[in-house]
Design a protein around this ligand. Structure first.
Ligand code: ZN
Length: 217
């Protein structure tokens, strides 16, 4: 009842183009469901990551959607992203993992924003699939934003030592699914995977809502 009432005042919109959704669809409008190109270039090697995928390319409506999600408080998008990502991973055969975790933002940013976007995706993935989730990483140093650094070696150096493993006893021998919102070069994800493996994880699989095109890196 409450949900129906809320839907009247705030009709559900497409997470990509923001059009009001027909009552028989969730998350995406018909047009975006057909036109949003699913990511297919996950073959690029990201050191320490066994395999990786993303739902979409990081551009146009996808880029705007993720910006609203991160900077304009559309935390509800995590529900749609997680649902669509779960379907995408199933389609791509990403099943070799035991526990899901996420690449966290630092405590100060979390306080300012009020939420950690990748954690929200992880929590919604649990709601959607019933998977196990656990915090395994903590950001301990605020590196300058990766977006200002063009070349791959600099991006790798920039994130070195920025994260540490937490709950290592629960990590031992586990196959980890590492979640993030956007993969650009993969330098941050690679550093997090390295830390998880060093702390005892058996393998790290990576999944994100969006990834930059390989030829732009
Ligand atoms: Zn749409």
């Amino acid at each position: 009842m409450l949900r129906r009432f809320l839907n009247l005042i705030y009709p559900p919109k497409c997470v990509l183009c923001q059009r009001i959704l027909d009552s028989n669809v969730t998350d995406l409008c018909h047009s975006c469901r057909i036109n949003a190109r699913e990511f297919t270039h996950g073959k690029r090697n990201i050191p320490f990551v066994a395999q990786w995928t993303a739902l979409w390319y990081y551009k146009d409506d996808v880029r705007s959607s993720i910006h609203r999600f991160k900077f304009r408080n559309r935390r509800k998008y995590a529900e749609s992203y997680a649902r669509l990502l779960a379907m995408h991973m199933e389609k791509e055969g990403f099943a070799d993992w035991d526990v899901a975790t996420w690449i966290p933002i630092g405590p100060w940013r979390n306080f300012r924003r009020g939420y950690d976007q990748a954690q929200l995706i992880c929590q919604n993935l649990q709601k959607e699939t019933g998977c196990q989730i656990r915090r395994f990483l903590k950001k301990i140093r605020n590196a300058p934003p990766q977006s200002g650094l063009a070349d791959a070696a600099r991006r790798r150096a920039n994130v070195l030592g920025a994260y540490k493993a937490v709950n290592p006893a629960l990590l031992e021998g586990k196959r980890i699914l590492l979640l993030d919102d956007v993969i650009t070069t993969g330098a941050t994800a690679s550093e997090c995977a390295r830390i998880l493996l060093t702390a005892g994880a058996k393998s790290v699989t990576l999944a994100a809502v969006a990834a930059a095109r390989q030829d732009k890196i």
